[in-house]
Every structure is written in structure tokens, then in C-alpha cells.
Design a protein around this ligand. Structure first.
Ligand code: BES
Ligand code: ZN
Length: 602
């Protein structure tokens, strides 16, 4: 048994995305003392790490672009001694190893360091990038392996740590973290996370932030001008927490709050413990996009409690979470909405499977030599959720719910591999019904490309009605006669995605004037519409396209629009011009994705 192993078993499943060798020396606690300097855009301070190690072992950490100033070893009696350290060569994906040899008896090191301009986890925003326009803003995004760009630590999801932090911020700004707020003294905020979490879950945001409670243990943080709208949009949050608890066991993190970020946040949401980070693009005004809240909340069980041990097992985080998200939506808003959301996800999965190489279509994926962010496709999310839905249908909902509840208890606060899950599934679920178990081809689902023929294909009556409306319109019916008055966001998305590929300007103008599509504020509807507009060179949408691409930095919206633009020479020139204007506003992760796309690299 290695020191303080948080893995469920002791299989030596190496994390190919970390330099750490936790079997020899393992970080168990991280203490941060950081100063946030908006002037130089640098985080500067000291990370003090508690270490459990084999006698005589050196400790190896991950770092990327960090300027390491000094390392001290701290002995049991608090004796501090400056010790030498070695920075390994800078691997473009993994960064540099940071190896420290410790004197005998030392079990703690204090690393004085600063971040560099290129820190991929950190986005520094000028006041102009915020809703209020008056204060600067900072946020971090550590998943998958960006924590090492702002904290020297063992950046592997199999090395869970507790953490404490003291964050010094300029007057008038508020700091929040994925941890409990312990208090504030003299311009510094104190935090503590007492449960062990994977390093990719350490998160910080600083800005002009206000708070509104939503329920006894739920609330929302946002800039003052956004917080009221956010509180309205997220009224159901407390009920959602209760819904997940009812099925899968207690919420173990104390509070569940949301933080609405400025629009350059590159993702929809990030499940930072106790404090989900979310894009403002889900504030649709009609609560139609709260599946994202259900998703990030569900990670409090699948992901934050039971964690993928390596990025090749990412589907254990995202597939389980997508499945639970769908169940929560069904519990709160009914089967019809659940079906629509399942079908939208299924459709995206099928599109990707049609163009992906076989090796990228498997749930347990080999990402060695690649950036683990490349694994963020619909496969772990939607194929993973389909697999769990198949298990649910085959063994029955009650039995599968009970299995999952036990799974979260058995592996709570641990990191597990796909093999650990397979063993548990056989031992705990398959034995309950051997006839059902025989029907499940585990190898096909977990390790083979494509979608097995027994995949439970979602169906939605409402979408069937939308498709019928598209057909009527193609046959000449007027838009006003299509019965769209009560359509939800989901039906609009499906309507737009079901339009014929080629449409002339007159037909597009007819839809646009009837339904105000170019004017939509809801990006889930607007973006597919703009894709249609680009494809058909519908000029009246040009200005809206440019305004979206220069004010929203969510990668999910940027990628399909730039992809569509790249299909023609004029579009390509336009894409480059817009990207030049927008790239300073995008988060490094989003800017990198778009620039790779423009360079024809992905
Ligand atoms: N954990 C992910 C975000 C993530 C994954 C960041 C991999 C970096 C690397 C988060 O839970 C997520 O899946 N967000 C989705 C929204 C969700 C509703 C599918 C997103 O941001 O689009
Ligand atoms: Zn997720």
C-alpha cells in the first residue's frame, strides 16, 4: 500500500498526464498564501505542501510556466531549511516536473513562486470584460491539467488533497474559492476545504461580486448588475439538491452555491466543489437552460466525490453526471423535457461518431501523448449516459438507483478507474440478475468504437411535432400557422437544426421576420441559427454574428460558428478578421482551440 493512497485499490494505473509518483511521495494538503496583482497580472505567494513519503523518497510535483523562487523544507519542529530543487524540461502538454529532495524527517515544503503571463488556468479581465465595467476580474479554470499553471502540486486526479488558502486582493474586490469561506482580515480572504478533492477542483475568482441566497444551503454569486437575474433563473437550485439526494445519498459538501462569471468563461459550467462556476449565457430568462445547473450539481456525486483516476477514465465523471442530470431534469420538469434534452444530446453524439477516428469513439480512451482537454467530446458525456441508461432499463430503475447510491458510498472521496468500476458493477449489480447481466456487452460499451446496437435511442413526441412543422413549412405553409407559440428553447433548437441545409435568402428572411431569430438573446437558439445563416450567406445576420463572436467566449458556441465560416474562402477571411479582434477577450483555452481550428489543426 502506498502512502495515503486515495485510490480505491492499489492497481498501479499510472496517470500519464502527471509527473508525480505518488506511490513514493504524495501531497496530502495544500496551503496557499497568494497575492492577486491585477497590475502585473501575476499571482504571487507561497504554496506549502504536506507530504507523505517512503523513507528517503524525493517528491515530484507538476508545474507549467511557474517561476519558482525558493523551496524550503519544514521539519516536524517547524525548523525551516532552504533546499535545492530541479525543474525538468518543459513538455508542451505536461509542463515541467519539479523535484525536491527532502532532508530526513521533513514532511512539508514551502514553495515561493509566481505565475507567468501564459498561465493557462488564469484569465485576467480588464473592467471592460465585465458586466459592471468598473472593476477587473480574475478566474481560474483548472480542469483538466491547468492547476499546475497556477499552483505547484501533484496535478493528478488520483492525488486528492485538502486545502486552505489566504488570498490577498485589492480593496473593494471579493475573493471566492471552491471551499468554505473562513473569514476576512485586512484585505485577505481565508478559505478551507476539509474534504479531500482532486487538484483540478481547486478554483479561485476575484471581482466585484454580490451574493443572493436561494435556499438554506444554496445561493448565487455574480456581479451586482447580474445577481438578481441569476437568482431568478436559479430558483429551483435547492429543490435540485434535494432531488439528487433523494436518489443518490446526502450532499456531502455543506453549501452549494453558483458563481456567474463574465461572458469570456470558456465553458458552460465547471463543477468546482461548493461553488459551481457558470457562464452567463445560461441566463435565458425562462429557466430553460438549467440542465447545466443539474449537471454541475450532479458532479458533487460523480466527479467530485467519486473521481476519475486518470483522464482516460473521464467518462466516469461525465457519463455518470450526464445520466444523473437527465434524471434530475425529468424529476423536476417532467418526462417530455427529459426526452427532448436526451435527444439533443444523442444527435450531437451521432454527428461526432460519424466523423471521429475509431480510437476517439471509446469510453475508456487512451489519451497518452495528447492534451486531456482533447477528450472533452460528446463520447464520454452522451455515450457514457446511454450506457448507464441501458443498465437502468435492463436491471430496472429501482435496482439501478440503489446500485448507484451504493457506488457513491463505496467510493466516496476516492479516485477510481474504469476497471474498478467494471469490477464493482459485476460484483454488486450483475450478481443480482444473471439473465439481465448476460445481455450487457461490457467490452463493446467500454472499449469498442461506435454505438452498440442495444443503445437506448431517445424519442421525443414534441420533437416529432417540430419535424412535422418543418415539413409543413417546406411545403409552403406560412410560419404563423406552424403552432410555435408554446415552443420551449429545446423545440426551437430542434426546429433550426431540422431545417434543410440549403435555403435561399427569401426563405430565411421569412423565418427571421416571423420568429425574430437573429434578434434572439438566448445563445442556444441564436448559435444554430447563425450556423444556418453562415451556410446560406444570409447577410442580415452578419452583424449579429460578429457581435456574438466578440462578446461571448464560451467554446461550445465559438467552435461551430468558426467551423462553419471556414468552409468558404470569404468566410475564412472573415473568421480570421473577427478572431483578431476577439482573441484578446477570449480565455487562453478558448483562444487556443479557435486558433488551432483556424490553422487547420483540428
Ligand atoms: N467538467 C466539465 C467541464 C470541463 C471538462 C472542463 C473537461 C475542462 C475539461 C463540466 O462539468 C461540463 O461538462 N460542462 C459542460 C456543460 C454541461 C451541461 C454538459 C460545458 O461546459 O459545456
Ligand atoms: Zn461535466
Amino acid at each position: 500500500m502506498s502512502p495515503g493512497n486515495s485510490r480505491a485499490d492499489d492497481a498501479s494505473t499510472a496517470d500519464v498526464h502527471s509527473h508525480a509518483r505518488p506511490a513514493e511521495a504524495r501531497v496530502t494538503h495544500v496551503d496557499l498564501d497568494l497575492t492577486v496583482d491585477f497590475g502585473t497580472r501575476v499571482l504571487q505567494g507561497v504554496a506549502t505542501l504536506d507530504i507523505e513519503r517512503q523513507p528517503g523518497a524525493a517528491v515530484t510535483l507538476d508545474s507549467r510556466g511557474l517561476e519558482i523562487q525558493q523551496v524550503k523544507a519544514l521539519g516536524k519542529e517547524g525548523k525551516a531549511e532552504v533546499v535545492p530543487f530541479t525543474l525538468g524540461p518543459a513538455d508542451p502538454i505536461l509542463g515541467s516536473s519539479l523535484t525536491v529532495k527532502l532532508p530526513e524527517g521533513a514532511n512539508r515544503i514551502a514553495i515561493a513562486y509566481r505565475t507567468s503571463k501564459g498561465a493557462t488556468a488564469v484569465q485576467w479581465l480588464d473592467p471592460a470584460g465585465t458586466a459592471g465595467g468598473r472593476s477587473p476580474f480574475l478566474f481560474t479554470q483548472s480542469e483538466a491539467i491547468h492547476a499546475r499553471s497556477w499552483i505547484p502540486l501533484q496535478d493528478s486526479p488520483a492525488v486528492k488533497v485538502t486545502y486552505t488558502a489566504l488570498v490577498r486582493v485589492p480593496d473593494g474586490l471579493v475573493a471566492v474559492m471552491s471551499a468554505e469561506q473562513r473569514g476576512k482580515k485586512a484585505g485577505a480572504y481565508e478559505f478551507e476545504m476539509r474534504q479531500p478533492v482532486a487538484p483540478y477542483l481547486i478554483a479561485l475568482a476575484v471581482g466585484d461580486l454580490a451574493f443572493r441566497p436561494l435556499g438554506p444551503r444554496t445561493g448565487v454569486w455574480a456581479e451586482p448588475s447580474v445577481v438578481e437575474a441569476a437568482a431568478k433563473e436559479f430558483v429551483d437550485t435547492e429543490t435540485m439538491v434535494e432531488a439528487v439526494e433523494k436518489r443518490y445519498g446526502p450532499y456531502r459538501w455543506g453549501r452549494y452555491d453558483l458563481l456567474v462569471l463574465p461572458p469570456s468563461f470558456p465553458f458552460g459550467g465547471m463543477e468546482n466543489p461548493r461553488l459551481t462556476f457558470a457562464t452567463p449565457t445560461i441566463l435565458a430568462g425562462d429557466r430553460s437552460l438549467v440542465a447545466l445547473v443539474a449537471h454541475e450539481l450532479a458532479h458533487s456525486w460523480s466527479g467530485n466525490l467519486v473521481t476519475n483516476a486518470t483522464w482516460g477514465d473521464f467518462w466516469l465523471n461525465e457519463g455518470f453526471t450526464t445520466y444523473i442530470q437527465q434524471r434530475v431534469i425529468e424529476d423536476l420538469y417532467g418526462v417530455a423535457r427529459g426526452d427532448m434534452e436526451r435527444l439533443l444530446g444523442y444527435r450531437e453524439l451521432k454527428e461526432e461518431l460519424a466523423r471521429f477516428a475509431p480510437k476517439d469513439q471509446v469510453l475508456r480512451i487512451d489519451l497518452s501523448g495528447r492534451d486531456p482537454d482533447d477528450g472533452m467530446t460528446q463520447v464520454p458525456y452522451e455515450k457514457g449516459a446511454l450506457f448507464l441508461t441501458l443498465l437502468e432499463k435492463t436491471f430496472g430503475r429501482d435496482r439501478f438507483d440503489a446500485y448507484l447510491r451504493g457506488y457513491f458510498d463505496r467510493f466516496a472521496f476516492k479516485s477510481i478507474t474504469t476497471a474498478d468500476f467494471e469490477a464493482d458493477l459485476k460484483q454488486r449489480l450483475f450478481v443480482q440478475d444473471e439473465a439481465a447481466a448476460k445481455k450487457i456487452d461490457l467490452n463493446a460499451w467500454l472499449h469498442q468504437p461506435g454505438l452498440p446496437t442495444d443503445a437506448p435511442v431517445p424519442h421525443s413526441d414534441r420533437f416529432a411535432a417540430v419535424e412535422a412543422a418543418v415539413t409543413r413549412w417546406k411545403d409552403g405553409a406560412a410560419p404563423a400557422s406552424l403552432g410555435t407559440a408554446d415552443w420551449s428553447t429545446h423545440e426551437w433548437v430542434h426546429f433550426i437544426q431540422s431545417l434543410p441545409d440549403k435555403l435561399d435568402a427569401a426563405k430565411l428572411a421569412e423565418l427571421d421576420s416571423a420568429f425574430g431569430l437573429t434578434k434572439r438573446g438566448n445563445a442556444e437558439i441564436l448559435v444554430p441559427w447563425l450556423v444556418v445563416a453562415i451556410r446560406n450567406e444570409y447577410k442580415p445576420a452578419d452583424a449579429r454574428l460578429e457581435s456574438l463572436l466578440t462578446t461571448v467566449g464560451r467554446r461550445k458556441f465559438l467552435m461551430p460558428l468558426y467551423t462553419e465560416l471556414l468552409k468558404t474562402p470569404t468566410g475564412k477571411a472573415r473568421a480570421k478578421a473577427i478572431f483578431d479582434k476577439a482573441k484578446g477577450f477570449y480565455h487562453p483555452i478558448a483562444a487556443e482551440s479557435v486558433s488551432r481550428l483556424l490553422a487547420g489543426k483540428s
